[in-house]
Design a protein around this ligand. Structure first.
Ligand code: PMP
Ligand code: GLN
Length: 381
């Protein structure tokens, strides 16, 4: 068989979780919480899963009541006019499906897609599967912020799309209002589109706001903006997300979405609609909830030989380990999982060249007791 992705192995998240399970290690590798979604949401799902008539295909773009609830939430959270539920919102099988549908919808063979690196592991392979060419622009080694001069130098007449991810996985870096202005200036007068992966939108710390592309009119009109209910409701296993984009762009996403999954789980959409309609301020509490976990984990590791990088957003902590080991990051991550009993992700997995970074990524979306148990195993190293 002639593979379409001959150089791609199994995703690092699957690999490290399997290794963690084999070794009985605490899994701070794959990004998922070890606590449950809000009880009201679980109960809503149970209710709809036992409601007659809620078991067949949902409408292709998503249940209208859920899209309307998403429109209302978007207006409330970002202080922008509500996106049109009929023409601007598509409910997807996680942000993962939305990423793939957008790329399949807009990337023609030979098109260039600008990716700031390090980047989530899906981006490069999904671009290549469309015949696109990922053009990697390194983020600053010091703080993982974009260098807009380098972005400018990498844009060509073949650049179909620029991919953004803020808060950023794995670094937690967040884009500022100036960053968005800089990008908008670079794209003015071109037909280059923007894919803004904002799955960590509710995890921005130290009183800073999340600078959503939805709040930037010049970018908004050329952007696909992605959210994940998995991240927002501690429900990564539900695989529910959505894409907000102007009508012409949404029409293209739906052309692909209808043949990728057609629609996503009906009872789950009803449950999320209930939750959003009776919003109890869940998302407003998330920055403080995760900032507490960030601060606790950093405090717990303060006496260790890990060097902790700043975490402005997201739910990952990057750490240098050169005081503990001279191994490359893949070897060190495996060793830490097997010998210390704490699974992590080697940061080289977020680079297309896969070179050693000397960094590992810890997920702190864990119960405080899990973070304490992990830290006990890490401080003595
Ligand atoms: N983008 C980024 C940056 C992510 O970290 C993740 C989740 N790990 C996704 C997309 C996928 O989101 P979902 O789980 O909703 O498919
Ligand atoms: N996004 C999660 C992470 O970065 C994992 C998602 C997945 O396993 N596909 O760890």
């Amino acid at each position: 068989l002639l593979s379409k992705l001959p150089d791609v192995g199994t995703s690092i998240f699957a690999v490290m979780t399997q290794l963690a399970q084999e070794c009985g290690a605490i899994n701070l590798a794959q990004g998922f919480p070890d606590y449950d979604p809000p009880l009201a949401l679980q109960q809503a799902l149970a209710r709809h899963a036992t409601t007659s008539g809620h078991h067949q295909y949902a409408p292709m773009p998503g249940l209208l009541r859920l899209r309307e609830a998403i429109a209302g939430k978007t207006a409330r959270v970002y202080g922008v006019p509500a996106p049109d539920a009929a023409t601007e919102i598509t409910v997807t099988c996680g942000a993962t499906e939305a990423l793939y549908a957008v790329l399949a919808a807009v990337v023609h063979p030979g098109d260039e897609v600008l990716v700031l690196e390090p980047a989530y592991d899906l981006y490069g392979p999904a671009i290549r599967l469309q015949g696109g060419v990922p053009v990697y622009v390194p983020l600053s080694a010091a703080d993982f912020r974009p260098d807009w001069d380098r972005v400018r130098a990498s844009l060509t007449s073949s650049t179909r799309l620029v991919m953004l991810n803020s808060p950023h996985n794995p670094s937690g870096a967040v884009l500022t209002a100036e960053d968005l202005d800089q990008l908008a200036a670079l794209l003015a007068g071109t037909d280059t589109l923007v894919l803004s992966d904002e799955v960590y939108e509710h995890m921005v710390f130290d009183g800073e706001p999340h600078r959503s592309v939805l709040r930037h009119p010049a970018l908004r009109e050329r952007a696909f903006v992605l959210s994940s209910f998995g991240k927002t409701y501690h429900a990564t296993g539900w695989k529910m997300g959505y894409c907000v984009a102007p009508p012409a762009l949404t029409a293209e996403v739906r052309r692909v979405h209808q043949f990728l999954t057609f629609a996503v789980s009906t009872p789950t959409q009803h449950a999320l609609a209930d939750m959003l309609e009776t919003d109890s301020g869940h998302d407003e509490g998330l920055p403080a909830f995760y900032q507490h976990k960030r601060d606790l984990f950093r405090e717990l590791l303060a006496g260790s030989r890990f060097e902790l990088l700043p975490v402005p957003g997201g739910y990952f902590q990057l750490a240098r380990y050169h005081q503990i080991s001279a191994d490359n990051d893949v070897t060190f991550a495996r060793h830490l999982t097997r010998e210390a009993g704490v699974a992590v992700v080697p940061v080289s997995a977020f680079y297309h060249h896969g070179h050693n970074t000397g960094l590992v990524r810890f997920c702190f979306a864990k119960q405080d007791s899990t973070l304490r148990a992990a830290a006990e195993r890490l401080v003595g190293l």
